[in-house]
Design a protein around this ligand. Structure first.
Ligand SMILES: NC(=O)c1ccc[n+]([C@@H]2O[C@H](COP(=O)([O-])OP(=O)(O)OC[C@H]3O[C@@H](n4cnc5c(N)ncnc54)[C@H](OP(=O)(O)O)[C@@H]3O)[C@@H](O)[C@H]2O)c1
Length: 306
């Protein structure tokens, strides 16, 4: 991102990544218009304006797009909450796909479309692929999460006709000390019941939250960058090794697979498919020299659990 301060419209602002990004941006003087469906307490920070609105519905939130430089779209019903009934699957899809379609429409109707839309997506785009090396040009998978990510990305694609650059960040599991998968896994590992979350030979794409934020900022700054970007660590790691290192970080053994029922209790329906076996290669980031802060799991866990 250019060094001057920017005005950023952020959806999913109340979420794990959204809150971390707001703190980071306001510390360097950016202004944030933060969308949430819930009325949020007024921020003590004058650079944060909370906007109450539902992305899937038309509403006055769309007028807040006027005058923004950047849009970052993270909104979506949490994937790991609730059972994946047909109704829940439809909510997961609707919140992202309909929401993003409405966002794109609103961008088109704004006085001056933003320079760039950074749209979240997920490494789940590729579906379970085992040993295949997955780069950004690899095809999409065909399971539920893959078609969700594919359709979400396609919905965001509509923004390009307005001259807005589009970067689609395919995040691996975001590791943070403030929430998400790591905090859900920790109790199992701390009681010594931790182990591979699924077959130990499966690859497990992950990213430290600092780098997840770093990818968002990098996507804004790289004016020549558009299209999909694998936002994952550069070190391919298998589930067995992931569990071993997490166990070591909390000083507990972690050799035996976590039973599926326990995975589902702790991680929700996606417990079994949190790491479905994808070797995701961040080729675009490596080719363009994204400066990772936490490229290896050992360093990431030491930072997060230290
Ligand atoms: N965390 C991960 O490991 C991971 C991995 C891959 C991809 N991703 C994707 O990256 C995005 C950000 O992740 P995250 O972990 O920060 O997500 P999160 O904590 O679940 O937050 C998502 C946010 O979306 C908002 N939202 C949901 N439906 C909405 C709607 N209809 N209109 C407006 N806002 C809506 C919610 O805000 P309100 O309830 O306040 O409206 C919520 O705060 C997500 O879409 C996720 O699918 C995350």
């Amino acid at each position: 991102m250019r060094s001057e301060t920017r005005t950023i419209f952020l959806t999913g602002a109340s979420g794990l990544l959204g809150r971390s990004l707001m703190a980071r941006w306001t510390s360097v003087g950016h202004r944030v218009r933060a969308l949430s469906r819930r009325t949020q307490p007024e921020s003590a920070d004058p650079n944060i304006d909370w906007i109450c609105g539902d992305l899937t519905q038309e509403g006055s939130w769309s007028s807040s797009l006027d005058g923004v430089d950047v849009v970052v779209n993270l909104a979506g019903e949490p994937i790991s909450e609730g059972r994946w009934t047909e109704t829940r699957k439809e909510e997961l899809r609707h919140s992202r796909i309909r929401g993003t379609q409405r966002l794109v429409q609103a961008i088109g109707a704004s006085a001056k479309p933003p320079e760039v839309l950074i749209n979240a997506s997920a490494s789940g785009y590729y579906g379970p692929r085992f040993e295949e090396n997955l780069v950004e040009t690899s095809s999409a998978g065909d399971d539920f999460l893959a078609s969700l990510a594919k359709d979400w990305e396609a919905a965001a694609g509509g923004v390009e006709v307005f001259g807005t650059r589009l970067v689609r960040l395919r995040f691996g599991t975001i590791l943070s000390a403030r929430g998400g998968a790591l905090l859900r896994m920790l109790p199992i590992f701390r009681t010594g019941l931790g182990g591979p979350l699924g077959p130990k030979e499966f690859f497990a794409p992950w990213i430290h939250v600092e780098d997840a934020m770093g990818f968002v900022d990098w996507g804004m700054a790289q004016t020549g960058l558009s299209g999909p970007v694998n936002a994952v660590s550069p070190e391919p790691i298998r589930m067995g090794e992931f569990a071993h290192r997490l166990g070591r970080a909390v000083h507990r053994p972690a050799f035996f697979p976590v039973p599926t029922f326990l995975l589902k209790v702790v991680l929700g329906e996606m417990g079994g498919s949190l790491f479905p076996g994808q070797r995701v290669d961040p080729q675009v980031a490596m080719d363009r020299g994204y400066p990772y802060r936490f490229p290896d799991l050992e360093g990431a866990l030491a930072d997060l659990l230290g």
